[in-house]
Design a protein around this ligand. Structure first.
Ligand SMILES: Cc1cc2nc3c(=O)[nH]c(=O)nc-3n(C[C@H](O)[C@H](O)[C@H](O)COP(=O)(O)OP(=O)(O)OC[C@H]3O[C@@H](n4cnc5c(N)ncnc54)[C@H](O)[C@@H]3O)c2cc1C
Length: 347
């Protein structure tokens, strides 16, 4: 079961993410404010006065999250991915959060021009040429609920800051991932890490396949039954940190996950890819859907230059030049990757 495609606000209502709530502009004029503050050091503290220069925006701003505390997409029966904060949160009206990338890039390129189509060109240039640090100026914080086997893949992305639910401190909630019978996948014969083709759940058409798919679901039910014993043993005084160790990896965990936009795009590139496991792909797709209205220019460039682009190796360029259907060498895997790329390019 994929996510239902609806974005909910913190009251659980469906909503659109593009409705801006306008925040009146703070005075754009300079306000000089003397602040007297105690500065501590390892030998005591001294009082100092600083002049804080406060400058508002030139024009009214809007909250990129439309005044909401979360934009949430439900995934499967128990999962969700929710955007809970963004930097920048306030953006001048008429712009998008993409503006923060342009602002950072212009520190290196000078003021330059400021029209939106020029911002788009600059962002596209940055992504094409892998000038990545301006994208690191934006950060997004997500609250995610996912099965532990997905969390194990997700945590490999090391550049995020993570705070996870502690099953040492708290009781693990009774929530398990279980696909429907139509979603039970067969082991792929071409990709050892993957499974794409579904078992036929129609018992009349393919009785063995239907039986196997049903047996798989019973196996998951048996694993879920461990929860009753977990619950009973914690009530009898077994520590939560030990009682949890026999729970299956289909049990849900949750965390806050904060990352900069450059590394989020890297995460999306790897986890929206067809080689990623389907169960993590739906989370990555939901994150894409949450970010797209907030940084539309970046997501457009990401789609054009990364997600739906094809990277060619030297051997593949040679094959293209020679109008050859095969690449040099006898690596079967590389050959089949070349065939897949040829298919994508309509060759
Ligand atoms: C389809 C798929 C299958 C996979 N299969 C396996 C598997 O079988 N076994 C397995 O163990 N893993 C597997 N992985 C995980 C994979 O190897 C990466 O660990 C994971 O995708 C995170 O990628 P990353 O390191 O680029 O991301 P991040 O950790 O988010 O890092 C982003 C970038 O930051 C930089 N960076 C981060 N940390 C460092 C560092 N310490 N030193 C230098 N640069 C750093 C690198 O440029 C890196 O690309 C799989 C991933 C995918 C998508």
């Amino acid at each position: 079961m994929a996510w239902d495609g609806r974005v909910r606000n913190n009251r659980g209502m469906s909503m659109t993410t593009s409705t801006p709530s306008v925040v009146p502009a703070a005075p754009a004029t300079l306000v000089r404010e003397p602040v007297r503050i105690e500065i501590p050091s390892n030998v005591g503290s001294t009082e100092k006065t600083f002049e804080v220069r406060k400058i508002g925006f030139d024009s009214p701003t809007f909250d990129v999250m439309g005044g909401c505390s979360r934009h949430e997409i439900r995934i499967h029966e128990h999962g969700f991915v929710a955007l809970v904060d963004a930097m920048p949160r306030l953006v001048p009206q008429g712009q998008t959060a993409d503006a923060a990338i342009v602002q950072a890039a212009r520190v290196s390129y000078g003021q330059g021009t400021k029209k939106v189509n020029e911002d788009r060109g600059l962002i596209r240039y940055l992504l094409r040429h892998r000038h990545t640090t301006p994208l690191e100026m934006l950060e997004f914080k997500f609250h995610v609920s996912m099965p532990i086997f997905i969390a194990r893949q997700w945590i490999r992305h090391r550049t995020a800051s993570v705070n996870e639910y502690s099953a040492r401190y708290s009781i693990v909630p009774d929530r398990f991932y279980k696909p429907s019978i139509d979603e039970v996948r067969k082991q792929s014969s071409s990709n050892r890490q993957g499974g794409e083709e579904r078992f036929t759940s129609d018992a009349a058409a393919a009785p063995n396949e239907a039986r196997t798919a049903e047996e798989f679901l019973r196996y998951l039910d048996d694993a879920e039954k461990m929860y009753e014993r977990y619950d009973a043993l914690t009530k009898q005084g077994v520590s939560r940190e030990l009682a949890r160790i026999a729970l299956p990896v289909s049990v849900y965990t949750e965390w806050y996950w904060k990352c900069d936009l450059h590394n989020i795009l890297r995460f999306l590139s790897l986890r929206m890819d067809s080689h990623a496991q389907q169960e993590i792909r739906v989370y990555a797709e939901a994150m894409y859907a949450l970010l797209q209205p907030i940084v539309p220019l970046t997501m457009e460039a990401f789609r054009d230059y990364e997600l739906q682009s094809v990277r060619l190796t030297r051997l593949e360029i040679e094959a293209l030049r020679n109008k050859s259907q095969t690449i040099a060498g006898d690596n079967k895997r590389e050959q089949s990757e070349w065939e897949a790329k040829r298919g994508l390019m309509g060759l």
